[in-house]
Design a protein around this ligand. Sequence first.
Ligand code: NI
Length: 662
Amino acid sequence: MDAVVAVTHPLDPLSLDEIASAVAILKDRQTLAATFRFPITRLEEPTKADLAAYRLGDRLPRLAFILAIDISNGETFEGIVDLTAGTVSYIRLPLDELPYGQPPIMLCEFETVEGTVKSDPRWIAAVKKRGITDEDIPLIQIDPFSSGYFGREFEKGKRIVRAVSYWREDVRDNGYAHPIEGVVAVVDLITNRVVDLVDDEKIIPVPRKKRNYGRETFPEPRPDLTPLHIVQPQGPSFTVDGWKVEWQNWSFRVGFTPREGLVLHELGIKDEGRLRPVVFRASVTEMVVPYADPTANHYWKSAFDAGEYGLGRLANCLELGCDCLGHIHYFDVPAADDLGQPFIMKNAICMHEEDYGILWKHYEFRNGIFEVRRSRRLVISFFATVGNYDYGFYWYLYQDGTIQLEAKLTGIIQTAAVATGETYPWGGMVDDNLGGPTHQHFFNARLHMDVDGGDNTVTEHEFVPRPWGEDNPYGNVFDTRSRVLKRELDSPALANGETGRYWKVSNPNIKNSIGNAPGYKIVVMPSPVMLAQPDSTVAQRGGFAKKHIWVTAFDAREKYASGDYPNVHAGGDGLPGYVKQNREIENADVVLWHSFGHTHVCKPEDFPIMPVEYAGFTLKPNGFFASNIAMDLPPEGNSQSVDNRLLQPSADDTGNGSCCHT
Ligand code: NI
């Protein structure tokens, strides 16, 4: 879309003008010094209730949330700027008190860390012990990693990162093939000093074997791929109006925040001419990657990629024909840099249609009726690069009312140097002298539900065998056992494939075609939970990943699975803290949170770039509709399809071929 499009709806992201005004108003009203930076600038969104009032004719104020940090002293403030009234509310965050916490790491800080580390004499001495020369130092790659928290004095209330180093032969060399093991510089981002330098007693030489992935490394790509085009001669089937999208009875608004990246608002589906809400707001609010190696370079690694870096801030500019294939609609996203200056994140969100095989099919041999319909899905996606890893987030909408989120995990693994003749004990070997630490990836999706509008109830169901008896004389009967999640502490739960445990969000105030509450079911994929000890700091900080399902009563302040500021946080915030309030969640305005992920034991195939691994979940209508709503799909066949034996189009090229036997 045109990035300077006028704001037309209260959920539209802040425009470039609004970002500029909000920052200017905040700086002016609070007379902010030039040492202030702005790690987060976003729309402070109206609530469900606000929007209901808006639809009745109320005017809503446009609010901007700005996180402001003075990098001369670390003082941090949350500001809300009312752009409509020109007023500001501004509070200082007590980040110098337990449980601490810090704003996410800013890009401008990445740049200063390198200079700070490389000028520290202790760091220079430590890397030289490992064979690094003065000539090597300018090319050394420094990764400022979010530090974790272990209760040490230099962590408490401090804005620190732990920096690890990689040798490179030249700037295009893949540093992750050459980790400098046993050297960690803890850098205070406010004083720009190395406050602690770990120089492990064990000296492991730097692996020097090159493992690159740039196209020059593979000058002779495989020759036997023919072109594959996805063509929509009449354009796509969706319509876009600003941030609003309509497609195949679906309707939603696109949003984007610095922390979460892509957000879907007011997702609903038209059924017999009536728009029925399903999800009020859907996003991934956190992801954490805890590492399972106890040695100096790794034990503290547990990047909270949303809360400590910002998935939205690190979104890629997507390339036509490479990242997305076919007839693409891009959304450019207005954003603010660390200085609060507005800029456009070009092609940050990609939307297109995809063929998805068969949606439904039947051949009735008795009467010759043969019907098949292909499935098409709408894909709304973005990709974020967080240091070594790259994550894609793909929302899919289907013509039968299904909603899906798929996370794609790719990029470069963390690596560890291994001495010749030894085997890496904390993960897998990926090459000579190179190990990959075992780790887990956990995502958490926050789904503010709105099934048929109004209040919802979440129920848990599983299939259990019925005992032998008069009502089960052949032993074949099994039952569905259900429980209502009445209060928040009823809700934290694990999935169980053996009993097919699932959760359903229903609207108990409405009856469906068979007299029950209309609902949507969350279908979870087999997924690990966090295996770190419950009282370890990473489990305290990322407790959301200890359970697959959480349900909370909506509170506008509870936005993120890991709490507001997980960076250098002592733990206890986020979902485990939210549910302690044990609020009523039956027939209430509820938020369903789902943790899912992947346990990654590294292997040679993960290097130098790991093929995409998938994790995610599906929301499926369950008694929401009166029948399969995709029965009315047109029976046209695809006229561009070819019988390879004939090498001729199968029908005329008007797109009026018929599926299939007529
Ligand atoms: Ni991994």
